[in-house]
Design a binder for this molecule. Structure first.
Ligand SMILES: [Zn+2]
Length: 102
């Protein structure tokens, strides 16, 4: 287990064009670690959901929020994806704890 800071260093050096072996030597980690970090690199927005054509579906009651909408429910679709990005830990939102009085 290595620190996120070190992971970032690894990714930055690789992005600069350094070889994995050089990066490993430079950061004093094993080449296996470098390989593992790179394999684990978060992909930019990738989901297994089929593409959804908003407003193309039939009108119906959304099973999630109970509102009559064009299915699938756009609001719940957005909500789902917002939650997913929160779970994955958005760097920009990490500094402040979510304290929503409700
Ligand atoms: Zn809904």
């Amino acid at each position: 287990m290595i620190s996120p800071a070190k992971e970032n260093q690894i990714r930055q050096l690789i992005a600069k064009g350094m070889s994995r072996r050089q990066v490993a030597a430079d950061l004093k980690v094993s080449r296996d670690t470098v390989a593992r970090v790179l394999k684990r690199e978060p992909r930019p927005v990738e989901t297994n959901d089929p593409p959804i054509n908003i407003f193309s579906g039939p009108v119906g009651r959304c099973p999630t929020c109970g509102v009559k909408v064009y299915l699938p429910c756009f609001a719940c679709y957005i909500e789902t994806h917002r939650n997913v990005s929160e779970l994955q830990g958005d760097e920009h939102n990490k500094s402040e704890p979510a304290t929503n009085p409700s």
